[in-house]
Design a binder for this molecule. Sequence first.
Ligand code: HEM
Length: 516
Amino acid sequence: MDACCLCTPWNLAVAAAVLCVLYVLSKQFVFRKGNPPPGPRGWKGFMEILQAGRDDSLYEAAWGWAEKYGDMTFYTVLGQPICILNSADIVRRLMGSDEYKLLTSDRDLNVVSEFAWYNGKELFFTPYNSQTRQKRTLFHKMMGIYGEGVDKFESVVGNELDRILEEMDTARATGQDIPISQILSRSLKIILYVLVNGDIDPEKLSLDVVDTMDRYDNAVNRMLDMQTLTALTFFPPLRKVGKYKKICDDVTESKIEAEKIMFEDLKSTYQEGKVRGIADAILHFQSQPGHEWLDDENVKGFLTATFFAAHMTTRASLLNMVLTLTHHPEVAQRIQEEIESVLGDRIPRVEDRLSMHYTEAVILENLRYVSQLALSSLRSAREDIHIDDQVIPKGTQFLVNQWFFHHDPKMWDDPWTFKPERFLDESGVILPANHPVRKKILPFGHGLRMCPGETFARSRIFLFMVMILQKFDLLPPENETLPSCDPRENLKGVIRQAPPFKCRLRNRREAESSKE
Ligand code: HEM
């Protein structure tokens, strides 16, 4: 037979497909030198990994692997090594100890950074180099100047909190179930927007702005989902097909709108020497010596990624907290007793956290219980890492399995029960940060890339929660069922969220005076 007869387009396509499959399989089953940590291997392991990639069930599979393999689960996806860290101790050792921390503090550029954040110009998917260190310093400076503790910012936030309390009271007076998750989520975005923009009257903030940021954050959250991330990274042609194309288009389109609000409008009205909010503060640094690298894309990436990191995570904490307190009025009542004894009718301040131990314990327990960043961090190994008698190869992606170690029944009594008392000593005082129980949770990560927004997030959650409970009792809705507050029921995504819910509010002062 003529050899050319074999070269039909059909035969060539089949040959290409076979080569692709062989390539993929060789990548999957390639023999790794050294002794990597244990994990799913061989054909059975491959099927488990495939299954875990479907339906966003990686965190469930990771739970089973943690029970089977211990502190670390190592596997590969199409040649990409992944190491899941299943205990707080191993995270502390690999990300916090002098021996390893520099080897585990990079993040690789990925498709999300490419689409949403200007190819690594944000502060997330970047190597731990001098620019990243400068960005973290800038972040702390800006939060120090415009974040907690600054009267002007606090008074704008105070106005916004007053505004939503009024909005909630008006909604309460109608006698209807109120869409509390929607109200709080909007308000949180307004506060973050004020932080970026400066002195803006929240009343004047149009719904469009909030919706635009919501669309952008949701689109990025969908793209960050592990299964989507893997598909878009390893099979770039998928970016042009079906649901993956939609995900990519949503990010691209919503980014254009978001950057107008977060950057262009501000840059066009920026005046040197007049700083309205953190956007202006960072624009100011553009002209400072040593910041020549801080081009407009760096500023945009920095602002949009920070807004995303701040908004989706804090929203998850806040909404799950309100949902949990609606299910557990006995916990809400103890917070209210603390409010009565420490604050009375006075407006809460950030520093009141120091004397409200039970309330602080509720915030910590909520962070443990919800663990919205079930599998977080996405650091990569800078070099081969030798740990005990095992080798984690260079380029391995690390996932921190807080979902497991925050709920591991070997570490916690009744892990799926909400018990703030875990974080209190016998006299009701909050356990110190270096107490062994506190060291079992790492909701904000650990080491050189740990979350720089922890103080800001915890203080916002505190203020929201205290102001709401000072004024209202939270009651279940009457016309629909309150969703479960069990975090296993939360919506999936890289940052897991409570489903939308409604509740009823009872004005505490009115309820008291009607009793008298
Ligand atoms: C309850 C709320 C929050 C939680 C649970 C949370 C959690 C986390 C976690 C787990 C990481 C990865 C840390 C690591 O790899 O070790 C992270 C990174 C980050 N977070 Fe947060 N975060 C929250 C709120 C915030 C807020 C309010 C901001 C900003 C105001 C923020 C900004 C960031 C940034 C910029 C990073 C990347 C830091 C870097 O890579 O150097 N986060 N966060």
